[in-house]
Design a binder for this molecule. Structure first.
Ligand SMILES: Cc1cc2nc3c(=O)[nH]c(=O)nc-3n(C[C@H](O)[C@H](O)[C@H](O)COP(=O)(O)O)c2cc1C
Length: 178
């Protein structure tokens, strides 16, 4: 896969459908990855994304301390890896090795991208004011990448307790959005 740079103004279209993400972080020389579905778009450009990362997750300290992460979007082909990354901790294992995920250096942040994911968004933490109360981080996407051949990605959408919807048909309707 040869990914292309995606204009930041187009990032919202990737996250608005609410796909399950793989969140990568790196701290003290060690990268980690967790599954994440509690996220929301907050602004078009610069793209702002709110997300909850539980204080019980190993990823929490990395995100809070380094203030950097990557949001990677997997498709259904990576479902087993997603569930694996959501049910194990980087405190105990190297999830990249365990689940066969390969990484690549990002261009702006010191956190790796997941190669197998069709889209990657390099992020910096923009606001931590709701972290103490809700574990809610506001991220700014500073660089985005897309696999141009992946036109209709079969993304995963978590319904709880291991049940997922897989993205299906896209329909086009009139829109007043510029
Ligand atoms: C589909 C799915 C979605 C998840 N979404 C979130 C989320 O939005 N926020 C969160 O804190 N944990 C979420 N989790 C749980 C974390 O991925 C899980 O606690 C993981 O083990 C944390 O890894 P870490 O300890 O290496 O950081 C999710 C798990 C799954 C399976």
């Amino acid at each position: 896969m040869t990914k292309r740079s995606l204009p930041l103004a187009k990032v919202y279209g990737l996250l608005e459908p609410g796909p399950v993400l793989l969140l990568t972080t790196a701290h003290k020389g060690k990268a980690n990855v967790m599954a994440m579905s509690w996220h929301t778009m907050m602004e078009f450009e610069p793209p702002l994304v709110g997300c909850v990362v539980s204080g019980n997750d190993f990823s929490f300290a990395a995100l809070k301390t380094t203030r950097e992460c990557v949001l990677n979007i997997p498709t259904v082909e990576l479902a087993q890896q997603v569930v694996g990354c959501g049910n194990t901790s980087g405190q105990d294992i190297d999830k990249f090795a365990r689940f066969g995920l390969t990484t690549k250096p990002a261009s702006v942040v010191a956190v790796p991208l997941i190669t197998e994911c069709f889209a990657n968004m390099e992020c910096r933490v923009a606001d931590t004011r709701m972290v103490n109360r809700y574990n809610f981080f506001v991220l700014e996407v500073v660089k985005a990448w897309i696999e141009p051949t992946c036109k209709n990605p079969s993304t995963l959408h978590h319904r709880g307790k291991g049940a997922f919807m897989v993205a299906g048909e896209t329909i086009k309707l009139p829109s007043r959005m510029k």
